[in-house]
Design a protein around this ligand. Structure first.
Ligand code: CTP
Ligand SMILES: C[C@](O)(CO)[C@H](O)COP(=O)(O)O
Length: 388
């Protein structure tokens, strides 16, 4: 498919100076969440199947830097920016006009890096019955005017007010005509305003708080705080062994298994739940199973080990953690674990109050070597992943 036949083009404007943010380079070239801000939206458009030409608009002074930061990214075209945002957009529209492009044109601020395919899909859908569409979110704070001394004056009615984001999506002919007929003396707030001035109908779709524009230096500080919180991921490991003995029940992962031998211990000796309990406590740095359920304490005699895991998760939750994944490996020659895996997975998920696809149950033998190989005992090792 050539550019003229493509369904949608993306214009990403990155030619601003970022004067309100400050810094050595304009904000769109600084790193957020591990990559240059501009690269986030470029990649999101590139991986969406509807998008063909992806145009990045940059100031000549930053052309080399942009090329470096987007190194290895295929399928983008660079267009030179202008003095105002509308001029930058207009240069890219003219580039598309010259290709006789007649699909849909999405115009997006590089300064809004966290674009999602869901927003793109909503806009594409909306264009089926409108000239243009923009993501918008209702204003939730109360609004007021203030005088020059920062003293509140009259209230502004909030009902019916929306914050307009980008990408702003249009049929190409619509936005091309809107730019061509705009009074060039005036600086519009955005492209939707220009389309409306040219007599077109622009509708709202649901916006996304993640699409917030980086405007001030503080926006980077807030983002770093947010990212630090999001990345507080902890892992813990657990290991346990119990002796196999005649006349005992065999409990593994909270499931009773018919077997010639059972596991001996102070509690029900569910070696897999014990390893998982230690893994959770380890991830939250809350000690180990012996600290919380000492064998010397008679209240745990014969106790069902699901109480240990549930309690460890409650302690971790009190410290602000949520379990995102539990993984356990049961090490034994017999019984065969395979036939019980699904029941074990469901039971552990139930005890931990998480979805079953966050639980992994595995098993292995030690090739008849060692105490597990000789059938003297069963061992289990586990990993827990927690997020704060
Ligand atoms: N002449 C311009 C001005 C702005 N933009 C782009 O338009 C988007 C939104 O503009 P804004 O947040 O106002 O960015 P700046 O103009 O760079 O910021 P400032 O007003 O603080 O200088 C940004 O991605 C910016 O790079 C552009 O491509 N060309
Ligand atoms: C286009 C825009 O991002 C829509 O909200 C916004 O109008 C840009 O405003 P700015 O004055 O360039 O910050």
């Amino acid at each position: 498919m050539n550019a003229a036949q493509s369904k949608a083009a993306a214009i990403i404007v990155a030619a601003g100076s970022g004067s309100r943010t400050g810094g050595d380079v304009p904000k769109q070239f600084r790193t957020v969440r591990g990559k240059p801000m501009l690269r986030h939206s470029v990649e999101e458009f590139l991986q969406h199947p509807a998008f063909g030409p992806i145009i990045v608009v940059v100031a000549p002074a930053h052309a080399e830097l942009t090329a470096q930061l987007l190194e290895g990214v295929e399928g983008i075209t660079f267009v030179q920016g202008g003095a105002e945002r509308k001029d930058s957009v207009n240069n890219a529209i003219q580039y598309l006009d010259n290709l006789s492009f007649n699909g849909m044109t999405f115009i997006h601020d590089a300064a809004r890096p966290f674009l999602s395919s869901a927003v793109l899909d909503r806009l594409l859908d909306a264009l089926a019955s409108s000239d243009g569409a923009v993501p918008a979110l209702p204003v939730v704070d109360s609004l007021s005017r203030a005088n020059t001394n920062s003293i509140l004056s009259e209230a502004v009615e909030r009902a019916g007010l929306f914050r307009i984001q980008t990408p702003q999506a249009f049929h190409h002919q619509v936005i091309s005509k809107a730019h061509a007929t705009w009074n060039s003396e005036k600086v519009p707030t955005d492209d939707a305003r220009m389309a409306m001035a040219a007599g077109y109908k622009v509708v709202f779709v649901e916006g996304d708080e993640n699409l917030a524009k980086f405007t001030f230096a503080d926006d980077f500080g807030r983002e770093m705080g947010q990212a630090a919180k999001m990345h507080d991921v902890r892992t813990g490991t657990g290991f346990d062994v119990h002796r196999l003995s005649k006349g005992e029940e065999l409990w593994l992962c909270g499931v009773k298994i018919d077997h010639e031998y059972g596991l001996a211990g102070h509690s029900d000796a569910d070696v897999a739940l014990h390893a998982l309990t230690d893994a959770v406590l380890g991830a939250a740095a809350l000690g180990d199973i012996g600290d919380h359920f000492p064998p010397s304490d008679m209240q745990w005699k014969g106790a069902s080990s699901d109480r240990f895991l549930a309690h460890a998760i409650k302690l971790a939750s009190g410290a602000g953690f949520r379990v995102t994944h539990l993984d356990v490996t049961i090490i034994c020659e017999a019984p065969k674990i395979g036939p019980h895996k699904q029941a074990m997975r469901a039971r552990v998920a139930e005890i931990a109050a998480i979805e079953a696809d966050r639980v992994s149950i595995k098993a292995t033998t030690t090739e008849k070597l060692g105490f597990t190989g000789r059938g003297e005992g069963i061992a289990a090792m586990a990993t827990a992943t927690l997020v704060k």
